[in-house]
Design a protein. Structure first.
Length: 210
């Protein structure tokens, strides 16, 4: 009789450690996909409403401008998108959401392209540039360079330029802004809410037209 040989392949069972690693990997992947889906969902919701994007260096007075434009002491913060936003209210109705992204650029003034892409995907209707012209702030050239870079990314949007914290020492900085952007910009004195009314009215007029 022929001799039949049978070769057995020994398969080592999966260890508990390997199972645990696979389980953790699955959870991480599930969490990541859920996070991406939730993030896209929130961006999609913002796209369904009219938005404006407020731009400026830290401490340039964006919060003050935002508060007076929206007539509210506090806004909302979306931790997932790293965006603060307030509703521009008129006649008891929200006409516009004004967004402020935290972490738009690095310390050397370089814009984060992925952040810009995210904001472009929201498709804001207006851009509100804030330039601080007070004595103790970042150099005016750096601020102008920054808002110019942002504006170039949103060429098809309506731009509003605000010189903030104007005082008796702001003349040279205001002249620099006028030299670059022309005379059509808003001047807001330090802690003067009434100076924001022209910007508020212009925004409202545009919103009523569209």
């Amino acid at each position: 009789m022929p001799i039949i040989s049978m070769d057995y392949v020994f398969i080592q069972p999966i260890s508990m450690v390997s199972l645990f690693v696979l389980f953790i990997t699955f959870l991480v992947l599930l969490f990541y996909l859920t996070y991406i889906f939730a993030k896209k969902s929130r961006i999609s919701n913002l796209k369904k409403t009219k938005t404006a994007f407020i731009v400026g260096f830290p401490n340039s007075g964006k919060s003050f401008i935002l508060k007076e434009l929206c007539k509210r002491d506090t806004g909302n913060f979306d931790k997932m998108l790293n965006i603060s936003y307030s509703d521009f209210i008129h006649d008891g109705r929200s006409k516009l959401k004004i967004l402020d992204h935290h972490g738009l650029f690095s310390l050397d003034g370089k814009l984060y392209d992925n952040t810009i892409d995210k904001l472009k995907s929201i498709d804001p209707k207006y851009i509100i540039d804030i330039v601080d012209v007070s004595p103790f702030t970042d150099p005016i050239e750096n601020q102008i360079n920054f808002v110019t870079k942002v504006n170039e990314k949103f060429k098809d949007k309506k731009i509003f330029l605000v010189a903030n914290k104007v005082d008796k020492n702001s003349k040279k900085k205001l002249m620099k802004i006028e030299e670059i952007f022309g005379k059509n910009f808003y001047k807001v004195r330090i802690n003067k809410p009434t100076d924001i009314e022209p910007l508020r009215k212009d925004l409202l007029n545009l919103l009523e037209m569209n």
